[in-house]
Design a protein. Structure first.
Length: 329
């Protein structure tokens, strides 16, 4: 059994790309491993120093994860800001992290470009805080996307350096969690790239039916195939990719055939796709609304999660203090 840890951004609602790209697998993963899921609310301050409605966003994100099937009875679900042990380990790790290596990370260089007026130290040490998040529970597996691979590499580096520096093998070196099936990349509705919040092309799990219909009907397509079995353009391929994960196999087949014999009407396809997305979202959306209205439940989940997480984190901090040589006088 592995110790799996996943950090969740606290900005932005979940969209169907998040669901099929990762969340669906988290739900399976929690039964087979010792899992920690936490909301990285400290990290959000590196880009949003005065976030509007921080509390509300954290609550929404937590409700959405629970609605998708993350089970707080099985996995440990908590907020980063509820554990003081994380900043404590972060401080200790900062002493063995070098400014040069932090400055060279691509994510730091990207952020400097994106927010030149707010190059704060938190931005520079973002990978150190992320390493603390991970090794505080001695996690061995971290499900991360491509964009987080370098941060995970840094985590391994700090864990290894700690071990070497203090002549111990205390921290394991975490690696990326590989799902059994290849991850599906869900495209956006604008004909290019993947679905994302910042791309503005996403369908959110909380979107109302009429919003979904509007977004799907507006999705980019093309002028239609002019010869049999014509290769698909990027936007049309994207629509079919979405249909493939969302709709029934027969529906997908039906429209593929229509495409191949040039009788397809994209309007019909989009109508069908929109209804299938609405049906898929409906139970999750209902759960989100239900959970959001239940402050007592959310409070209980956060409190019990923090207690479980703290127990594991406290043990690590006590061990680390001893390894480094802090003792009571
Ligand atoms: N950096 C991650 C992201 O942007 C969020 C994150 C913070 C995280 N701490 C983590 C992910 C620890 C995995 C493990 O998505």
């Amino acid at each position: 059994m592995e110790t799996v840890l996943s950090g969740i951004r606290s900005t932005g609602n979940l969209h169907i790309g998040n669901y099929f790209g990762a969340l669906k697998n988290f739900v399976k993963m929690q039964d087979e491993n010792r899992c920690f899921f936490f909301i990285a609310d400290y990290h959000s301050l590196t880009t949003h120093p005065t976030p509007d409605d921080l509390h509300g966003k954290v609550k929404q994100v937590l409700a959405e994860y629970l609605a998708c099937g993350i089970d707080p009875e099985v996995a440990t679900v908590y907020l980063q800001s509820d554990l003081t042990e994380i900043p404590e380990l972060y401080l200790l790790l900062n002493m063995i992290a070098y400014i040069g290596e932090l400055e060279r990370t691509t994510s730091f260089k990207d952020k400097v470009r994106m927010q030149p007026d707010n190059v704060n130290a938190g931005l520079l040490t973002y990978p150190v805080l992320m390493a603390a998040d991970i090794i505080i529970h001695k996690a061995t597996k971290v499900p991360v996307g491509k964009d987080q691979e370098q941060n995970l590499e840094m985590t391994r580096k700090f864990a290894r350096r700690f071990n070497t520096m203090y002549k111990t093998n205390y921290f394991p070196e975490p690696t990326a969690y590989n799902f059994d099936e290849a991850l599906v990349k869900i495209p956006g509705l604008d004909g290019t790239g993947k679905m994302g919040k910042s791309e503005g092309n996403a369908i959110y799990l909380v979107d109302e039916p009429k919003v979904i219909r509007k977004k799907v009907m507006k999705a980019v397509s093309d002028i239609g195939p002019t010869q049999e079995n014509q290769e698909m353009s990027e936007p049309v391929k994207n629509l079919f990719t979405l249909m493939n994960v969302i709709s029934e196999a027969d529906t997908f087949k039906f429209f593929i055939e229509k495409y191949n014999n040039c009788t397809i009407r994209y309007g019909d396809m989009k109508k069908q796709l929109a209804e299938d997305i609405i049906n898929f979202n409906a139970p999750i959306r209902e759960r989100i609304i239900e959970i959001m209205a239940d402050d007592a439940y959310l409070g209980k989940v956060a409190k019990e999660g923090a207690e479980k997480a703290r127990e594991s984190a406290r043990k690590t901090i006590n061990d680390v203090r001893e390894i480094i040589g802090f003792k009571q006088l």
